[in-house]
Design a protein around this ligand. Structure first.
Ligand code: SF4
Length: 171
């Protein structure tokens, strides 16, 4: 799997979309948004024992504008929702979201008025990691799933579709 290319002496031929996806897939910079105990498991996945650097994801970004994958690890209270949404909105396209742990996926054990019952109520989620707590392996698996999604993406087709819509609307 990966970059499909034809090569000969001194030349290489591939689709531009494959090349873009290949680059994006190998550098999914995460934005760690740890709010509770799941955050510790996320830190563990980033440490040398699990070594997310194997996937090109060893550079956590605390700036949303320089991150591709939001990893929301932990409970989200309703007070935190505007902040979570703002961070998501500030991330540049294309972006992906991992909901890590039962709390992020569904509110977990906290069936309370103050706890958001799943972050997909306010932002789109690409991969859910079950468990309380989820293991670091679960996060690595989710990262692999995100990478598979990146590989199947059509970045240029989306651009052309938007351009075409603009022309059709007379923009
Ligand atoms: S899912 Fe479990 S481990 Fe994760 S934040 Fe909630 S209570 Fe903590």
């Amino acid at each position: 799997m990966g970059l499909q290319a034809y090569s000969g002496s001194g030349w290489i031929l591939t689709k531009l979309e494959d090349l873009i996806n290949w680059g994006r897939k190998r550098s999914p910079w995460p934005l760690p948004y740890g709010t509770a105990c799941c955050g510790i498991e996320m830190m563990c996945a980033l440490a040398s024992g699990y070594d997310m650097a194997r996937f090109g994801a060893e550079r956590p970004s605390f700036s949303p504008r320089q991150a591709d994958v939001l990893i929301e690890a932990g409970t989200i209270t309703k007070k935190m929702v505007p902040i979570l949404k703002r961070i998501y909105d500030q991330m540049a396209e294309p972006k992906w979201v991992i909901a890590m742990g039962a709390c992020a996926c569904s509110g977990g054990v906290f069936r309370t008025y103050s706890t958001l019952q799943g972050i997909d109520k306010v932002i789109p989620v690409d991969v859910y990691v079950p468990g309380c707590p989820p293991r670091p392996e679960g996060l690595l698996y989710a990262l692999i799933k995100v990478m598979e999604k990146i590989e199947k993406d059509h970045p240029l087709r989306k651009q052309f579709d938007q351009l075409k819509l603009g022309v059709d609307n007379g923009a």
